[in-house]
Design a protein around this ligand. Structure first.
Ligand code: NI
Length: 254
């Protein structure tokens, strides 16, 4: 079975058919899904989905693009949600310097540090979003050496990947690695050991080729596994089995 370690089923893109899509995943060979939250409300929705579906788990946190209205009380709500038995990580958190209209960098950094501190306190792994913010992301997670996690949709260099591996972190990849312009990620995948790699869809975004342009869901995850298999010279079944075990170990799922 495939483990989709990052998908946003609380997104409004699934409002019309969320139950159909999620219920159908086990028969499409997707046996586990982690749904990260992006706001307090979205984290609560992720926990609700995790309660409803045995194959869905939640991560809770505030995405850097959504931290513009942050108040410290939000951390109390995230902390309460993180206590749920199916909340397996703090995320999606991080830094996003790509969009000029994003919240100020100093605020993004403060919100990231608060989530890292919470993860340290609760002994949970983190799911990091890092877009055009590699140096600051590495520096801030490095302030919390007791915390490890995954850089999702990893877009850094081979050197950055090596540094994260040295610190015990995981990297995860999605449909972006199937795009024609993907250059760095295939190099990184070729370089890193299989036991540090996870797969994801980031649904509803980043639908893999040849289905790019459609709404993404975990049913397309096999295309990511197949691309990694091609890069690593493994069978897709081997990639499926190894990334399944990696995901269960990383999130502490029995
Ligand atoms: Ni995401």
């Amino acid at each position: 079975m495939l483990f989709d370690t990052h998908a946003h089923y609380d997104d409004e893109a699934f409002d019309a058919d969320r139950d159909d899509v999620l219920s159908s995943m086990p028969e499409k060979n997707v046996g586990l899904i982690v749904n990260p939250g992006c706001t307090v409300a979205s984290s609560a929705a992720a926990v609700t989905l995790a309660e409803r579906y045995p194959h869905v788990y939640a991560a809770v946190g505030i995405h850097p693009e959504n931290c513009g209205d942050f108040v410290p009380e939000h951390m109390d709500e995230i902390r309460a949600l993180a206590a749920h038995p199916k909340a397996v990580a703090i995320g999606e958190i991080g830094l996003d310097y790509y969009w000029p209209e994003n919240p100020p960098r100093e605020l993004q950094q403060e919100v990231l540090r608060r989530h890292m501190a919470l993860a340290e306190e609760l002994k949970l792994p983190v799911i990091i979003h890092d877009r055009e913010a590699h140096a600051d992301s590495l520096a801030i997670v490095g302030e919390f050496p007791a915390v490890t996690g995954v850089f999702h949709c990893f877009s850094g260099s081979v050197e950055m990947a090596r540094e994260l591996l040295k610190r015990g972190w995981m990297l995860s990849f999605n449909g972006a690695i199937t795009f024609k312009n993907a250059r760095k990620a295939p190099e990184v995948i070729a370089e890193i050991p299989m036991d540090r790699l996870m797969i994801e869809t980031d649904s509803p975004y980043l639908t893999p080729v040849p289905c790019r342009g459609r709404r993404n869901d975990s049913g397309y995850l096999h295309l990511v596994a197949e691309r990694i298999a091609g890069i690593k010279g493994l069978s897709a079944d081997e990639v499926e089995r190894i990334t399944w075990e990696n995901g269960k170990r990383f999130f502490g799922i029995e």
